[in-house]
Design a protein around this ligand. Structure first.
Ligand SMILES: [Mg+2]
Length: 357
């Protein structure tokens, strides 16, 4: 399909089109109570630049390429208009489980965070048990350890948690070598291993697929340089994928929903319901789940909500300076490669997933 490809906006344009917002969370997540983001008003619609604050400028380049991709380039053809989504259960105590899960009406899949710092396996077992009781026997439970276990700890934990009928375990260990090892050890149990950080926080997002270290990949639009770049990775990996967000506003969630809507085979529920963890948003029609799915739409910014959620002057300056530094890195990498930094070239490689099973 012929599509116009707009040039990179200038820094001045970006800064003029930007608002820095600070959204309160209703549940503490990733150790934070607020989520800060830069909302950009692009010609294709609103978009979002929101690398986590501890990430380096170099890591944030792909996030900026992703934000510009969604705001300035037309999205590829959409294959569906709703995306089934999973509930996300942060590492809360078991007594808080049902209150959190009530925010995800109709979701048949729960992603439970495990291996959180300062918690024990007993805490994880209690939380997963409470999630299974909430769901009943029909729904699916997947775990996300964020690389928090070594191989032996992962094996021990997966054995202890298998009785709750696990759909898959996401990033049980941090390194690709360890993912490969734990995948071999639990293969006989029929519990797939998913890679997340091993896709988006490494130089080569396809390495984990190529080495047969995961059964499926978690794909996030913004950290992978945007919808077009992420789609290219999906095609080349040849593995099933779960499209997820990174605790985005509804604008960033829309980017993920559009990516998910472009993927031909989408067999897993996607991690795109996290707007339910926000106590405020930048649109009057937040992308929270209805009957277990979200709509594939670009929500309109509500400028009065944006005004209400503006970050402090100090945080506004911090984000604009970060945007300026990251933009400079993006431009220099674009100049050296002749294309947007995180945007892979169209590949002629055959999908590698089959070789990696
Ligand atoms: Mg994850």
């Amino acid at each position: 399909m012929a599509q116009t490809h707009r040039p990179l906006p200038t820094l001045t344009e970006l800064l003029e089109l930007a608002s820095v917002v600070s959204l309160p969370l209703n549940t503490r997540f990733r150790g934070v109570d607020v989520r800060e983001a830069v909302i950009l008003r692009g010609p294709e619609g609103a978009t979002e630049f929101s690398p986590f604050i501890e990430y380096s400028d170099a890591e944030a380049v792909a996030w900026l390429a992703g934000a510009i991709d969604f705001g300035w380039q037309p999205t590829p053809d959409l294959l569906r208009d709703r995306i089934a989504v999973n509930a996300t259960l942060p590492a809360v105590g078991e007594s808080d489980v049902s209150a959190v899960l009530d925010r995800y009406p109709g979701c048949r899949t729960i992603k439970v965070k495990v291996a959180a710092r300062g918690q024990s396996l007993d805490d994880d077992i209690a939380r997963v048990r409470a999630a299974r009781e909430y769901l009943g026997s029909e729904g699916r439970i997947r775990l996300d350890a964020n690389g928090g276990w070594n191989v032996d700890e992962a094996e021990h934990a997966i054995h202890a948690l298998a009785e709750f009928d696990l759909e898959y375990v996401e990033q049980p260990c941090a390194s690709v070598d360890d993912l490969w090892e734990i995948r071999q050890r639990v293969k006989y149990m029929g519990i797939p291993v998913a890679a997340d950080e091993s896709v988006r926080k490494v130089d080569d997002p396809l390495d984990v697929a190529r080495r047969g270290a995961a059964d499926l990949l978690v794909i996030k639009a913004q950290p992978l340089g945007g919808i077009h770049s992420a789609l290219d990775i999906v095609r080349r990996a040849g593995l099933p994928v779960v499209v997820s967000s990174a605790l985005d506003t509804s604008i960033g969630i829309a980017m993920g929903a559009h990516l998910a809507a472009c993927i031909p085979n989408l067999e897993y529920d996607c991690g795109l319901a996290t707007a339910a963890l926000l106590a405020a948003d930048v649109t009057a029609e937040p992308l929270i789940p209805v009957n277990g799915s979200i709509a594939v739409v670009r929500p309109l910014l509500d400028e009065s909500l944006v005004q209400q959620q503006l970050a402090s002057d100090e945080r506004d300056v911090w984000w604009r300076e970060r945007l300026e530094r990251v933009y400079a890195l993006l431009v220099s990498s674009t100049e050296s490669t002749g294309r947007h930094a995180a945007t892979s070239s169209t590949s002629t490689l055959a999908p590698i997933g089959n070789a990696a099973t």
